[in-house]
Design a protein around this ligand. Structure first.
Ligand SMILES: Cc1cc2nc3c(=O)[nH]c(=O)nc-3n(C[C@H](O)[C@H](O)[C@H](O)COP(=O)(O)O)c2cc1C
Length: 160
């Protein structure tokens, strides 16, 4: 089974988590982006604005990775403003028709207030079908690599 781990990241945490998952399950990794520089305070404010107003229009995969070549995709994205970030949502919507049947979401967030489960599952509306699995991982004061290890282990299929 060929798997592609995809991620959007602003401060590299989601990247680190998705690269770790990819290493464990033997997957390829690619970054998706809307091409906007969101560094610094203004970038943070812009990210909140884009999420609340749902204003992301262009999103693409870097390095020309071709989703069509994969049997499974795992899509990583951070939470922005109490829900999966606008770039991630725009990505799912744009690429839903070319994604394989097995799609997983990995959502990273800082706070421990809640796990965003309902909002993560709601992305299935953008996908147009049920996702195969979802996980939210808290990144602050938490061993998020250990948590992503445990998630990755569940995806390793028994050898035939
Ligand atoms: C604009 C913005 C809004 C955020 N809103 C939330 C939030 O509502 N709840 C939360 O737990 N974390 C929130 N975060 C924190 C990120 O979700 C968290 O730090 C994430 O792991 C960052 O991933 P990254 O390093 O890949 O960008 C927010 C971050 C940004 C930049």
């Amino acid at each position: 089974m060929r798997t592609l781990c995809l991620y959007y990241t602003r401060t590299n945490t989601t990247k680190e988590i998705m690269e770790n998952i990819a290493k464990i399950i033997g997957a390829d990794v690619a970054e998706y982006t809307d091409g906007k520089d969101r560094s610094g305070f203004l970038g943070y404010v812009g990210a909140c604005f884009a999420t609340v107003n749902n204003t992301i229009s262009k999103v693409s995969i870097k390095d020309e990775a071709d989703i069509n070549e994969y049997d499974r995709v795992i899509i990583g994205m951070p939470v922005w403003a109490e829900g999966p970030c606008a770039v991630g949502r725009a990505f799912i919507k744009k690429f839903s028709s070319v994604m394989p049947s097995e799609v997983y979401y990995v959502v990273t967030h800082m706070g421990k207030k809640h796990d965003y489960a309902a909002k993560i599952k709601a992305m299935d509306k953008l996908l147009g079908r049920p996702s195969a699995g979802q996980i939210s991982i808290r990144t602050k004061e938490n061993d998020y690599i250990r948590e992503s290890n445990a998630f990755a282990e569940t995806l390793v299929k028994d050898p035939a």
